[in-house]
Design a protein around this ligand. Structure first.
Ligand code: AMP
Length: 506
């Protein structure tokens, strides 16, 4: 298998008039549309002088045309580089300087601000694509002859560069090859049992691996349709669910659905599978979802650099609080800092190896080398354990680790205990600078309505019965909600900033 587009297009339906994308507003794009428009866009890439391996940076809103642009890059052999629409001009300047794309495609409204930045970064061309399908790019492409097929690529050639979330440190571009993306899509398509009549409800952003490679590539490989929402909206999802069979989401999608009384068993009548990932799904959410709908959410685990690695089974037991078992062809182990493999139930850093694992960070050979073991395992930075049944539990991020008085503390363990307390919705445990301990444990707690009895003292007293004293938070703060990024991840760096100075105020 070379070009990923070849793999996908081999699975397109024989009848190309079948729908591929149906927008929430009622627009329908068939597989014939997808082939034609992506073919024209690919022609325009070639005519613009974007050669194989050259980067195309794209900061546009979610739209069917943005999907066609992604496919056009594959077809032209270019490297697709999607950027979060929330990034500011300064941040874009960094990405352009780092990735040196030949072409930037942005929204009309940001063109005036971004064009000078692009030109000073040496980007040869700037074009626009808007949410409604307008912009200079589609206009220029409209009259062109679609290219047929695609430019041949070797499996190891880079298909896309995705910058990692960068919640800490400088963002790095993960280079994902045609083989990485293809193997991940094939394995998910098989493991999640995609069927000929599946319709996927797509409410995720498409600048991230979850919405772009997990959701979209599975649909294209299945040759079926997706219901395409510009963004997650609880009412819209409830309205469209009766036409869908599969939904992929971040945990926040599921908690928001549960907060809406209109979301019930009847609303899920046609659904066969709800999948969650990108952030931990609380056990409480898993159980509340099952009680309300009868569905056991299938939780999986992956990251930008690796695509998907681990998933709860479609047919076997889906165990809440775990991310499941390794996907086919993915090897997984838990090791200590020196790389020694740890026995069952011991906590260490998760390492993975397989055809899904990226080749490295763009122009950062040293950083790349430091994150791989000599035998090719990638050090994910996630802290995990493997239980006696082989299920993997993600315990936290290595950089989340709190070291207090020289003792390692995993926030997740404390969060699980706090979340079990009646009247607590959820919590985030962070380490704050402490003159004596180096770091001290603090918890930020979201309290349920009508629970004034839940106080810092009541939480601390309850925890005292459960865990060693050094793990008990020195302070408990209350918040209305936890700050999350677009992928549902709690932004602990923000919490550390907010509460950093408040540790000794008690
Ligand atoms: P990203 O590169 O933005 O996809 O973020 C990847 C990170 O998200 C992983 O390294 C994990 O820390 C986290 N993550 C993804 N899926 C899960 C999950 N099911 N449970 C816990 N953490 C997850």
């Amino acid at each position: 298998m070379g070009n990923l587009y070849d793999l996908l297009s081999q699975r397109f339906p024989a009848d190309r008039n079948r729908p591929c994308i149906e927008t929430a507003e009622g627009g329908v794009y068939t597989y014939a549309d997808l082939e034609n428009i992506s073919g024209r866009y690919a022609q325009l890439l070639v005519q613009t002088g974007v050669g194989p391996g050259e980067r195309v940076a794209v900061q546009v809103e979610k739209s069917p045309e943005a999907i066609f642009l992604y496919l056009a890059c594959l077809r032209a052999g270019a490297v697709y580089l999607p950027l979060n629409t929330a990034y500011t001009t300064n941040e874009i300047a960094y990405f352009l300087g780092d990735a040196t794309p030949r072409l930037l495609i942005c929204r009309s409204e940001t063109e005036a601000a971004l064009a000078p930045v692009a030109h000073s970064a040496g980007v040869a061309h700037v074009s626009t694509l808007d949410e409604d399908g307008g912009g200079t790019w589609p206009v220029l492409a409209a009259e062109l002859e679609p290219i047929s097929g695609c430019v041949p690529r070797a499996p190891e050639d880079t298909a896309a560069i995705l910058y990692t979330s960068g919640t800490t440190g400088q963002p790095k571009g993960a280079m994902l090859s045609h083989r990485n993306l293809g193997s991940c899509a094939l394995s998910l398509h098989q493991s999640w049992g995609f069927q000929a009549d599946d319709v996927l409800l797509h409410a995720l952003p498409i600048y991230h691996t979850h919405g772009l490679f997990v959701a979209t590539n599975c649909v294209l490989l299945n040759g079926t349709a997706m219901l395409f929402l510009r963004k997650f909206d609880t009412d819209e999802v409830i309205r469209l669910l009766p036409r869908a069979t599969v939904m992929m989401g971040v945990p926040t999608f599921y908690t928001r659905l549960l907060a809406n009384p209109a979301f019930d068993r009847a609303a899920c009548g046609t659904m066969r599978l709800f999948i969650s990932g990108s952030a931990p799904l609380l056990e409480e959410t898993f159980h509340a979802f099952e009680t309300r709908t009868g569905h056991r959410i299938l939780e999986r685990y992956g990251m930008t650099e690796t695509g998907m690695n681990i998933s709860n089974p479609l047919d076997g037991e889906r165990r809440p609080g775990t991310v499941g078992l390794p996907l086919p062809e993915v090897e997984v182990r838990v090791a200590d800092d020196a790389g020694a493999v740890l026995p069952v139930d011991e906590i260490g850093v998760l390492e993975v190896r397989g055809p899904n694992v990226f080749s490295g960070y763009w122009q950062r050979p040293e950083k790349t080398a430091s994150e791989f073991r000599a035998d090719g395992f990638f050090i994910t930075g996630d802290v995990a354990k493997i239980d006696e049944r082989g299920y993997i539990h993600i315990v936290g991020r290595a950089k989340d680790l709190i070291i207090s008085g020289g003792l390692n503390i995993y926030p997740k363990e404390i969060e699980l205990n706090i979340d079990r307390i009646a009247g607590v919705v959820e919590s985030a445990v962070i380490g704050l600078d402490h003159p004596d301990f180096g770091e001290a444990v603090a918890a930020v707690v979201v309290r349920a309505d009508g629970h004034p009895d839940v106080t810092d003292t009541s939480i601390i007293n309850q925890l005292k019965g459960e865990m060693a004293g050094f793990k008990i938070p020195k302070r408990v703060f209350f918040a209305d909600e936890l700050p999350r990024n677009a992928m549902g991840k709690v932004q602990k760096s923000l919490l550390r900033k907010t509460y950093g100075g408040m540790l000794t105020d008690a």
